[in-house]
Unconditional design. Structure first.
Lengths: 226, 351
């Protein structure tokens, strides 16, 4: 099956075309990845068309789309989801959301319990924990690295990956693996079972993990109704 | 050349709009679908649009609103000839949702993309109801987000010049603030309009902003008016008087409508323009359209106000603007265009 993978939940603008067959790992045909947290909106669609062109395929050849649903900072995160949703509708193909941390865990595939932490800005990380088999055991959550550090013994992880893990390596004190941003293969691997089974996709709901910053006005000046 | 179907996508504020317009070989426009999903109720308790709440709502509304537009127009996505999308001005996060989706639709369908100006879209909306614009016309855009006086020459695809704008609050913003003061719901336009009908607009002489001899002739200011209403109400409360809510609403509304129409008419006379188009959410205000009709008739100016549904933010107006660009042979935008929250009105299309 030919699968398009996109993710905009990290500073990476990620698109790739991946071949997926039963009983073998996803095989990358072409990808475009740019590290620029401010250019998701500009670059994602060009990255998709460039990846398809390099792979020698067209939109019509795609069987499914996999999109990272975060967690990730709000504005960039929505670019991937809006793009994937529109592509799915235009092409009449299923769109499978996956947790971006799941894709990064697939990329790291360490064979040991693993912490994936991405940069949530505001001095916090998005994190999820995985067991030795790569199954998510906790998260995703958003938290201050100091608070997460206190939970590490209970989580039983000794290795960590992701940009958040790198930025706060000293606070977390874990062995660092090199898998900063989700790869197209990792994204497809995270959804492989569903894609191959042609399962009904879950709703394309972003993993925001934070409420919008909005406060109801207080102390309004109001007149009493006559 | 046969008919071309233009899809318009709007997401600059709190309305997710998908519109479909048929562009005839003779340049005529026919509105086939105008579907809007609004998040206005989610913002009500905050007394104004919360950008992140609006952006989240846009993402949720995208696919179903597009589906409704296609169903209403009884067409399929593959029938679409071109896609126009609001690239600015507006809320950054909100714009990004619409533009991201528009690029994806355009790429997947292999159709040209037009990233366009929301304000020019408001003017284009009128052509869906009243046909082509004359060679020169003046447009007064009034809504919660904008208050502008524009000179449109040689058609929408050609030249739009801003000749005046608000120096502080938008007209609709002043309505929202005064509504809160009078304990009326958000958005403030409709409830103030309704209450004002039972009051006397001449009861209280609220100030007309920027109407002094040395003030900018075509610019607006509504912040002083809002403050003046607040002071008047406070004073009356302190004096233990019963607040004549209807008179306050009517007098406030009279001040807004008076300034907007007086400046628009003056500009039309100064620039020798025979047509005034009023669009934007506040165009639906009964006193504004009433006073504009009176004053335009007096001055011999043709007044065009699209029906309320076309005045508020929607995808149809963006489709209409896209159709004008396609008809004029405009080059499509590139697939790596950025959104521009502060896009100046003179830039009708981003390339
Ligand atoms: Zn508007």
């Amino acid at each position: 099956m030919l699968v398009l993978a996109v993710d905009t939940a990290t500073p990476a603008v990620t698109a790739g075309v991946v071949e997926l067959a039963p009983d073998s790992p996803p095989r990358l045909l072409a990808k475009r990845v740019t590290l620029n947290a401010k250019a998701h909106g500009e670059l994602l669609t060009p990255h998709i068309t460039d990846s398809l062109a390099e792979a020698g395929r067209t939109f019509a050849d795609l069987d499914a789309i996999v999109v990272g649903a975060g967690p990730g900072p709000f504005t960039g995160l929505r670019v991937g989801l809006a793009t994937a949703a529109a592509l799915g509708q235009a092409l009449n193909r299923p769109v499978y959301p996956v947790a971006t941390t799941d894709a990064i865990a697939k990329d790291a595939a360490s064979g040991h319990p693993l912490l994936v932490a991405t940069d949530a800005r505001r001095r916090e990380v998005y994190w999820a924990a995985y067991d030795a088999a790569g199954r998510r055991t906790d998260g995703p959550h958003v938290e201050r690295p100091q608070d997460l550090a206190g939970k590490l013994p209970a989580l039983g992880v000794h290795q960590a990956t992701g940009e958040g893990a790198e930025i706060y390596a000293e606070v977390l004190g874990l062995e660092l693996l090199e898998a900063k941003h989700p790869s197209p293969e990792g994204l497809v691997a995270a959804a492989a079972a569903e894609v191959l089974a042609k399962a009904r996709p879950a709703a394309l709901t972003p993993l925001y993990l934070r409420r919008p910053d909005a406060v109801e006005p207080t102390g309004r000046k109001r007149v009493t109704r006559a | 050349m046969s008919d071309r179907l233009i899809l318009g996508i709007e997401s600059s504020c709190d309305e997710t709009g998908f519109g479909i317009v048929r562009l005839g070989p003779d340049g005529s426009l026919e509105l086939l679908a105008d579907e809007v999903a609004s998040s206005v109720e989610e913002h009500a308790r905050f007394g104004g649009v919360v950008p992140e709440v609006a952006s989240r709502a846009h993402l949720e509304a995208l696919v179903p609103t597009m589906r409704r537009a296609l169903d209403t127009a009884k067409v399929e996505l593959s029938d679409i000839h071109s896609i126009a999308v609001t690239a600015g001005p507006g809320l950054a996060g909100a714009l990004l949702v619409g533009v991201s989706a528009a690029k994806a639709y355009a790429a997947a369908l292999g159709k040209p993309l037009y990233g366009v100006n929301h304000l020019a879209g408001h003017v284009a909306a009128d052509t869906l109801q009243h046909g082509p614009l004359p060679q020169r016309c003046l447009a007064l855009l009034v809504s919660g987000g904008h208050s502008q006086l524009l000179l449109v020459e040689g058609g929408l695809a050609n030249s739009i010049t801003e000749i005046g704008s608000t120096v502080d609050d938008a007209a609709g913003e002043a309505y929202d603030k005064v509504a809160r003061l009078l304990d009326l719901p958000y958005p403030g336009g409709p409830p103030i309009d309704k209450l004002a009908k039972t009051g006397n607009g001449c009861a209280i002489a609220f100030p007309r902003g920027l109407t002094g001899p040395r003030d900018a002739k075509y610019d607006f200011s509504f912040s002083g008016l809002k403050t003046s209403v607040a002071r008047w109400v406070e004073r009356a409360e302190r004096a233990g008087e019963e607040i004549p809510l209807a008179d306050v609403a009517a007098s406030f509304q009279e001040a807004v409508a008076d300034v907007l129409t007086a400046k628009a008419i003056r500009a039309a006379k100064d620039l020798d323009v025979g047509t005034l188009v009023i669009s934007g959410g506040v165009a639906a205000n009964s006193r504004l359209s009433g006073l504009a009709a009176e004053r335009c008739a007096e001055a011999g100016i043709e007044l065009r106000v699209p029906r309320p549904r076309l005045c508020t933010d929607n995808g149809a107006m963006i489709a209409a603007l896209g159709a004008h660009l396609v008809a004029a042979g405009a080059k499509p935008s590139s697939m790596d265009i950025s959104t521009n929250p502060g896009l100046p009105v003179g830039t009708v299309q981003i390339f």
